[in-house]
Write a protein that binds this ligand. Structure first.
Ligand SMILES: *[C@@H]1O[C@H](CO)[C@@H](O)[C@H](O)[C@H]1NC(C)=O
Ligand SMILES: *[C@@H]1O[C@H](CO)[C@@H](O)[C@H](O)[C@H]1NC(C)=O
Ligand SMILES: *[C@@H]1O[C@H](CO)[C@@H](O)[C@H](O)[C@H]1NC(C)=O
Ligand SMILES: *[C@@H]1O[C@H](CO)[C@@H](O)[C@H](O)[C@H]1NC(C)=O
Ligand SMILES: *[C@@H]1O[C@H](CO)[C@@H](O)[C@H](O)[C@H]1NC(C)=O
Ligand SMILES: *[C@@H]1O[C@H](CO)[C@@H](O)[C@H](O)[C@H]1NC(C)=O
Ligand SMILES: *[C@@H]1O[C@H](CO)[C@@H](O)[C@H](O)[C@H]1NC(C)=O
Length: 738
């Protein structure tokens, strides 16, 4: 009888499983089954979760790479769901850093908070992997309700915001993988995760401080974030550390030599940072080392001998530093690292970034507005003198609106302050609200009664506030107090002149408000100027950040510089009198969400000349105007030079240096010219396009003022260059070479 039973058991296991499975085998308790159905619905029925019925036994699902449920004691201990949605690093829409619900994310109905509320009912989970599912929103702090969690993997989603500090209470966590999301801000202290072995925060926007970690870690991946600190000495205590990848950040300072001799270290990737100085030649390296990547930094001197001798199993990558070992073809000249190192700014930068308002922008606007204030008095004179000299400028405005290259017309000579209808047409074409005069009540509304929390800058002349128009768009409001005695009516006229300073490629003035009152014995006025807000940082920020730099391939760079040139053309020829001496530099070129260039801090030179300076029409004025005009061209040349070489320029010597490199490239060989350009644009340009741009750049930088081209020449050449580039791209070159 017993034997029979045993053989039956061995002969028909499959039958038994098939027939009795639903009754005798492990099954999830009903409440957890319900959770899974809710998860299916909340995730909007991804392919991985199709085909479930009321008879599905989740503990015995057929194995699949996209879904895995493991049960223990009728409860789920592992849930792995892998979708096929794209991720931030594969979504070009996110290039601007702003999140949008899209086809690649779950729909707007999705609430990450409700989702985790449901999910945390699976209270016995030890492994939770939710990959490429299009999850979006901030990670809820109730994540710490998974008391037994050992592995949390939410890579390749669109989770943004700060990491909740409650994550530090998941004491059993061995593996924390949050890679390829949109997390930002600093990493909470997770030193308390004493069994954590794997930490992968790669491809987010985290930083700037190095996270506080437990020294149990075996693998630390922080690549492609915004970390900006020194490599801390506490890393010395990470005896188990095998993988250390901090590439593509902004790490500063020297590389501590203990890194190479950590007892377990195998892969060390420090590439694309701002690490500098010379490594001691006699450092020791761990025998287990397999990969050392220190390329694209600012290192000088010789490679340490334990790296230079290259044991057979060790790969060492060290190009694009200023090292004197190996092939100098792939190294920058020594001066490059020295200068860049001096230019490295203190970590305060990240704070500014967090407030999302660039100091540069503030200074630029304060500068510009101070200039406006200073010249108002003089402007009255100019207008009074010229009221009879109005000329029709329709052509000029139409030209600038359609943004076409134009031939310079007759010398601009007068001011027309009464052309509001034109201004309105212009505004509509730019997508800006029409220029308007605000009331004090509206200004208070806009800035929430000048709430201190909206104050983003303060100078001797007044304050700068962030504000919101009725339609929700963000603006900047500059408040100026004029203690000069100015007639309100004339003041209003000047504001109309400024209202013409609107162009797709300028930071435009949207409107103003004038309030007059009696101050002691004097009549005084406050002027509020409402300015366009350009959210995305400056060209300078882009060119000095590895990650952002990669976004600017050659076609993007051409589009930006053409924008700058068009802005300059408008300043020079679009208003009368023309505006010269515009202090052009990459930090004054702001970029909006679509990377459209907008010049800020441009000047109003004709009005700025002091009361004793020559009036328009006199010889002296014309020559100083021309000097200022050619100075603009030179500065545009410097911007082009920085865009081509990807280097930030801080001195005239550097200009000369880089100019010579490009000149040599032009005369000697294509490969030499390519080598002189930014490594980040390699493969993205048509050679002829590059060459044309280099040629016009060198002309702009001519020592001889008279040899510098006009802005029209510059535009013509840049446009030719972009046409060549477009032809090249559309014939499929870009996709094959990038
Ligand atoms: C599953 O059961 C629920 C209630 O028990 C019922 O409403 C639903 O229609 C069933 N679904 C299927 C596919 O049988
Ligand atoms: C994901 O899978 C679904 C169903 O198989 C398919 O329709 C969709 O196109 C896939 N999406 C991507 C981005 O591969
Ligand atoms: C870095 O991350 C961004 C988005 O976070 C992504 O677009 C880019 O491709 C990543 N760069 C590298 C080199 O992986
Ligand atoms: C997390 O998910 C990614 C993507 O599927 C996978 O490559 C990685 O191995 C996972 N890591 C862990 C610890 O589960
Ligand atoms: C390396 O050399 C320096 C002097 O050149 C010496 O002070 C140091 O102790 C040496 N270190 C090792 C690990 O040999
Ligand atoms: C470590 O580096 C080696 C050599 O390049 C590579 O094959 C391996 O995949 C790397 N391991 C990890 C975990 O990155
Ligand atoms: C180094 O590589 C050789 C083969 O090239 C291999 O036999 C040996 O085991 C490797 N040594 C280590 C320490 O990995």
């Amino acid at each position: 009888m017993e034997n029979l039973w045993v053989s039956f058991h061995f002969l028909f296991p499959v039958l038994i499983l098939a027939v009795l499975a639903p009754f005798s085998m492990a099954q999830l308790i009903p409440s957890e089954t319900r959770v899974l159905f809710q998860v299916q619905e909340l995730l909007e029925y991804p392919a991985a979760l199709q085909g479930w019925t009321n008879w599905t036994n989740f503990c015995y699902l057929p194995p699949s790479p996209s879904l895995r449920v493991v049960c223990s004691n009728n409860r789920a201990t592992e849930l792995t769901i892998v979708g096929n949605k794209s991720s931030p690093s594969h979504s070009p829409i996110l290039a601007s850093g702003k999140f949008k619900v899209s086809q690649q994310t779950l729909s707007e109905r999705f609430s990450i908070d409700s989702f985790f509320t449901v999910l945390t009912k699976l209270s016995n989970l030890q492994v939770l992997s939710l990959v490429s599912l299009g999850l979006w929103g901030p990670l809820p702090s109730k994540i710490n309700r998974f008391r037994s969690l050992e592995v949390l993997n939410v890579s390749s989603n669109f989770i943004y915001g700060q990491l909740p500090s409650s994550i530090a209470s998941l004491k059993n966590l061995r593996s924390l993988v949050l890679a390829d999301n949109l997390f930002s801000g600093s990493v909470p202290d997770v030193k308390s995760l004493v069994v954590l072995q794997e930490l992968n925060l790669g491809d987010n926007h985290l930083g700037p401080g190095f996270p506080s970690l437990s020294n149990s870690l075996v693998s630390i991946k922080l690549r492609n974030n915004s970390f900006r600190s020194q490599i801390p000495s506490k890393v010395r205590n990470f005896a188990q550390l095998r993988q250390f990848d901090i590439s593509s950040n902004e790490f500063l300072g020297p590389i501590p030599s203990f890194l190479f001799s950590l007892p377990s270290i195998q892969n060390l990737s420090l590439a694309k940072n701002q690490l500098r100085e010379t490594l001691p030649i006699n450092i020791s390296c761990n025998d287990e080392l397999k990969l050392v990547d220190i390329s694209h930094n600012l290192l000088t001197g010789k490679l340490p001998s334990c790296l230079a001798s290259k044991p057979s199993n060790l790969t060492v990558l060290y190009s694009w530093n200023c090292l004197s070992s190996g092939n100098s073809k792939y190294q920058h000249p020594y001066r490059f690292c020295h200068k860049e190192a001096l230019a490295v700014k203190p970590p305060i930068k990240s704070k500014k970034r967090a407030s999302s308002i660039k100091l540069g922008l503030i200074l630029a606007i304060i500068g510009g507005v101070v200039a406006i204030a200073g010249i108002l008095g003089l402007l009255i004179l100019v207008i009074v003198r010229r009221t009879g000299e109005r000329r029709d400028k329709d052509n000029k405005f139409d030209r600038s609106v359609v943004d076409k290259t134009s031939i310079r017309s007759s010398p601009r000579s007068n001011v027309d302050a009464r052309r509001l209808p034109q201004t309105m047409r212009l505004a509509a074409a730019l997508g800006l609200p029409p220029y308007r005069v605000f009331t004090l009540e509206e200004m208070e509304d806009l800035t929430n009664n000048f709430d201190p929390s909206n104050l983003i800058g303060e100078g001797s002349q007044g304050q700068l506030y962030k504000g919101w128009l009725r339609d929700g768009s963000v603006v900047l409001v500059k408040c100026l107090k004029l203690n000069q005695k100015l007639l309100t009516q004339s003041l209003a006229q000047h504001m109309e002149v400024l209202s013409q300073m609107r162009h797709r490629h300028l930071v435009s003035i949207l409107g103003h408000c004038i309030v007059s009152y009696q101050d002691h014995s004097n009549a005084a006025s406050s002027v509020f100027i409402v300015l366009e807000y350009v959210p995305n940082g400056s060209l300078g920020d882009y060119l000095s950040d590895w990650r952002k730099k990669e976004m600017l391939k050659w076609p993007q760079r051409m589009a930006i510089t053409i924008g700058v040139a068009r802005g300059v053309q408008f300043l020079h020829t679009g208003t009368a009198p023309g505006v010269f001496g515009n202090n052009l530099k990459i930090d004054n070129v702001l970029l909006d969400d679509s990377l459209t260039a907008k010049i800020s801090n441009y000047n109003f030179l004709p009005f700025k000349v002091g009361s004793d300076s020559p009036r328009p029409g006199q010889d002296n004025h014309i020559s100083s105007t021309e000097t200022a005009e050619k100075e603009d061209i030179y500065q545009l040349g410097v911007i082009l030079l920085e865009v081509i070489t990807g280097k930030r320029i801080t001195s005239a010597i550097e200009v000369t240096d880089l100019k010579h490199q490009l000149e040599d490239g032009l005369t000697e060989s294509a490969s030499k010219l390519r080598a002189a350009t930014d490594p980040s644009i390699q493969g993205s340009f048509a050679y002829q396009s590059l060459k044309t741009t280099v040629e016009i750049t060198l002309n702009c930088l001519c020592k001889d003022l008279c040899k510098r081209p006009s802005i029209e020449d510059v535009l013509w050449n840049l446009q030719y260059s972009i046409q060549v580039q477009e032809g090249w791209t559309s014939s499929g070159n870009l996709s094959t070479q990038m």
